[in-house]
Write a protein that binds this ligand. Structure first.
Ligand code: NAD
Length: 455
C-alpha cells in the first residue's frame, strides 16, 4: 500500500482532473460498488461471524441489504440531486438569473465505527460517490476480519487515486487527520469526535460527526405494553446492545412499572438470546466486556447479570431502582444492560433528559397524543420514534444524525448527498442594461430612489 500522504495527494490530483464529476461516471461507480459487495457477500458474512459471531441473517438485514437499497436510491435520485436549482432574483439584481450549482466537496475522509462495520463504513461512501468526491476510508480496526475484507475488496477493485481503504488504528487515523481533506465524515464516540473536530479545524475542513450518547425510552402509563416491549427488546438486544441508537435506559411511569417489568422478562425469556441461535453477538473485545461488566451493580440487578469472559458474553440484564448517580447512568452503555428509572410526573422525566447532553435518539411509547407531543416538542435529540425504537434509521427519507454532543450534521438519502456537496450560488447577469443608482457620485436624487425601492 502506498503511504497515506501519497494517496491523498494523488486523490487531490484525480479530483482536480474533473474525472469524478460526470454523472454517468458516478452511476457506473455506484453500480460497480454494488457488484463488488454482491460478489463478496459470503466472504463478508463469514468475516463478521469470525469477528463477533454476527449471524448471516443479522449481517444481511442490518448491514448489506441497507447498503444495496442506499445504492439503488442514489442511482435513481442522482439526476434530481445534481440538478442546478433556479431560485428567484431580487429587484436590485434585475434582470439577472439566480441559481445554485451542487458541486462535490472534493477529497473526503470517512472514518468508520466497529459495531456495524460494513454499514458504517460503506453507507457514507455511497453519497460521497454520488456527490462526485474521492474517498479515503478508514474502517474500525477492532473487527479485524471485516477491516481486512473491506480493504481487500475495495483496493482490488478501485484505483487508490479514487477510492482507497486504509487499515489501522489510532496512529494511522492520526496520520490521516494531519492531511488536508475537503470533507471528514466520522462515526464513533464523543471523545474521538472531539479529536476529529480539532484536527479538522486546522484545515477548516467541514465535518459530519455521527456520535453517540444515552438514548432514553419513555414507557408511559397509556401505552400498548405488549407491543412496546416486543419492539423495545428487539431494539435493545440487537447486536447485544452494541447499537448507537439502542434505547440506553428506560423512563417508566410508576403506575405501569411492574407490568412493564413482567412483560419485559417474559419477552426476554421468549427470545432465548444465544450465539447458537444467531440472535446474539459477542461483545467486541475484552476491554469493552470489562467496561460493560463494570457498569453492572449486582445489588440492582433485577434479571440477568451473568458474564462468560471466555466467550465474551453478557446476559441480557435489567437493572431496577436505578438513579442518575449510578455508574450505569454516567456513560453510554453500548451493551446488553437495560437500567429502569421510574417517574411519577412526566415533567420531571422530561426535565431529567433535558438537563443532560442531547441524546442521539429518543423513543416514546404511548397511545396518548398529549404525552407524545410533549416529549417530541420539549426534548431535543437527533431522531427517534413513537411506539418503536431504532427503525427510524431504515427510512432513507429521514435525515439521520445527532444533536448537540451526539453529533453534527446528518446523512441518508438526499441528506447524505448534501453532506458531501457544496452548493455554489450564482448570480448570472446580462450586459444589455445597467441601473446607475449604486455608482458614484451618490446624489440626494439617487438616495431618494433607493429609499423608495428598498424601504
Ligand atoms: P471510537 O470513537 O472508539 O472509534 C471510531 C473510529 O475512530 C475508529 O475507526 C478508530 O480507529 C478511531 N479512533 C479511535 N481512537 C482514536 C484516537 N484517539 N484518535 C484518532 N482516531 C481514533 O468508536 P467505536 O468504539 O468504534 O464506536 C462506538 C461509539 O460510536 C459509540 O459511542 C456509538 O454510539 C458511536 N456510534 C455512533 C453511530 C452513529 O451513527 N451516530 C454509529 C455507530 C456507533
Amino acid at each position: 500500500m502506498e503511504n497515506i500522504e501519497n494517496i491523498v495527494t494523488n486523490q487531490r490530483a484525480y479530483f482536480l482532473s474533473e474525472a469524478t464529476k460526470p454523472i454517468d461516471f458516478r452511476v457506473r461507480q455506484l453500480k460497480k460498488l454494488k457488484n463488488v459487495l454482491k460478489a463478496h457477500e459470503q466472504e463478508m458474512i463469514e468475516g463478521i461471524a469470525l469477528d463477533f459471531k454476527k449471524s448471516e441473517f443479522d449481517t444481511y438485514v442490518n448491514e448489506l441489504s441497507l447498503l444495496y437499497s442506499d445504492i439503488d436510491e442514489a442511482i435513481s435520485k442522482i439526476k434530481c440531486w445534481t440538478k442546478v436549482k433556479r431560485v428567484s432574483t431580487n429587484l436590485v439584481n434585475f434582470p439577472a438569473k439566480s441559481y445554485i450549482i451542487p458541486e462535490p466537496m472534493g477529497v473526503s475522509l470517512i472514518i468508520g465505527a466497529w459495531n456495524y462495520p460494513y454499514q458504517l463504513s460503506f453507507a457514507p461512501m455511497i453519497p460521497a460517490i454520488a456527490a462526485g468526491c474521492t474517498v479515503v476510508l478508514k474502517p474500525s480496526e477492532l473487527p479485524a476480519n471485516t477491516s481486512r475484507i473491506m480493504a481487500k475488496i475495495i483496493n482490488e477493485n478501485f484505483a487508490s487515486q479514487y477510492i482507497a481503504v486504509i487499515e489501522g488504528g489510532i496512529p494511522e487515523t492520526k496520520e490521516l487527520l494531519e492531511q488536508k481533506f475537503d470533507k471528514i465524515f466520522f462515526t464513533g464516540s464523543v471523545p474521538v469526535g472531539r479529536i476529529v473536530y480539532q484536527a479538522a479545524a486546522k484545515h477548516l475542513t467541514p465535518v459530519t460527526l455521527e456520535l453517540g450518547g444515552k438514548s432514553p425510552a419513555f414507557i408511559t402509563e397509556k401505552c400498548n405494553m405488549k407491543m412496546a416491549v416486543k419492539r423495545l427488546v428487539w431494539a435493545k438486544f440487537l447486536n447485544s446492545g452494541q447499537t448507537c441508537i439502542a434505547p440506553d435506559y428506560i423512563l417508566v411511569h410508576r403506575s405501569v412499572k411492574q407490568q412493564f417489568l413482567d412483560t419485559l422478562l417474559a419477552e426476554i425469556k421468549a427470545n432465548e438470546f444465544s450465539f447458537e441461535a444467531g440472535t446474539y453477538v459477542q461483545i467486541i473485545n475484552d476491554r469493552n466486556l470489562e467496561r460493560i461488566a463494570g457498569l453492572i451493580d449486582p445489588a440492582k440487578v433485577y434479571y440477568g447479570g451473568k458474564i462468560d469472559r471466555e466467550n465474551r458474553y453478557i446476559e441480557p440484564t435489567i437493572m431496577t431502582n436505578v438513579d442518575f448517580n449510578d455508574k450505569v447512568m454516567q456513560e453510554e452503555i453500548f451493551g446488553p444492560i437495560l437500567p429502569v428509572i421510574e417517574y411519577d410526573n412526566l415533567s420531571h422525566a422530561i426535565g431529567w433528559v433535558k438537563e443532560r447532553p442531547r441524546p442521539l435518539s429518543c423513543y416514546v411509547y404511548t397511545e396518548d397524543k398529549t404525552i407524545k407531543n410533549r416529549v417530541l416538542k420539549e426534548v431535543s435529540f437527533g431522531g427517534g420514534a413513537v411506539n418503536d425504537s431504532v427503525m427510524h434509521i431504515t427510512n432513507p427519507h429521514l435525515p439521520f444524525g445527532g444533536a448537540g454532543e451526539s453529533g453534527i450534521g446528518s446523512y441518508h438519502g438526499d441528506t447524505g448527498f448534501k453532506a458531501f456537496t457544496h452548493y455554489k450560488s450564482i448570480l448570472d447577469k446580462p450586459t444589455w442594461i445597467e441601473f446607475n443608482l449604486k455608482y458614484y457620485p451618490h446624489t440626494p436624487f439617487k438616495l431618494k430612489w433607493i429609499k423608495k425601492l428598498l424601504s
